[in-house]
Design a protein around this ligand. Structure first.
Ligand SMILES: [Zn+2]
Length: 221
């Protein structure tokens, strides 16, 4: 009996959390969590890695950073990323349909890695979020959590991940803008267009009412 992520071992341990970290004097944003499976005696172990939830494999292969990896799209808003599989153990390919708990590959240390672990990333609306908050959640719950998540008021001049989320959502609703994380004239214009289409005050500022409308995403069933 395994855990949400591992086939055989019920325990797991986070060896590196989500968020900013210092590496050789440089600040880096860790976009997921690093995990190992844990045996009953507390020892760290490798194990077969399982799919977070049902979905479609949209990427599977190798690159120098992620090693052997795969990415699963669960619905229009949510996808998960699994990195550093052991060579020749990747069990899925692009286009495959997987169910929750299906085996994806064996934990390894390929790519930019110093020891066997699973790098797990969860992306919501194109934004990396802290996977730990979603470990025990089902897809429907994840979406509910996202919708109730409070967002900052954003206006022209703002930069950062939340601006990228805003741009991603505007694009999702049909705007042709780039997701460059910088709230400039193009983003403002797209936002005004969106606000007009939803009959909310067209002030070009992303406040609570605007976020609420932006988050109304039609889920693929
Ligand atoms: Zn990692």
């Amino acid at each position: 009996m395994g855990s949400r992520f591992f086939k055989n071992y019920a325990g797991y341990k986070i060896t590196y959390p989500f968020g900013k970290r210092e590496i050789l004097g440089q600040t880096e944003h860790h976009t997921g969590v690093d995990l190992v499976a844990v045996a009953e005696n507390g020892g760290a172990l490798s194990d077969w890695v399982c799919a977070f939830d049902a979905g479609e494999v949209i990427e599977a292969g190798f690159n120098s950073r992620s090693g052997y990896y795969c990415k699963i799209k669960h619905d229009e808003t949510l996808s998960t990323l699994y990195c550093h599989f052991k060579k020749d153990t990747l069990k899925v390919k692009k286009g495959d349909r997987v169910e929750r708990g299906d085996v994806l590959g064996f934990m390894g240390s390929t790519g930019r890695s110093t020891g066997a672990h699973l790098h797990l990333g969860i992306s919501l609306f194109g934004e990396w979020v802290d996977p730990e908050k979603y470990f025990d959640k089902d897809l429907s719950e994840v979406n509910k959590l996202t919708l109730t998540h409070e967002r900052r008021v954003l206006r022209r001049g703002a930069v950062g991940d939340e601006v990228r989320l805003l741009q991603t959502l505007l694009a999702f609703h049909g705007a042709e803008i780039s997701t460059d994380s910088s709230f400039g004239p193009a983003t403002e214009k797209a936002l005004v267009t969106f606000q007009k289409s939803r009959e909310i005050e067209a002030d070009g500022i992303a406040g609570p009412a605007t976020w609420q409308e932006l988050m109304k995403i039609t889920k693929r069933s």
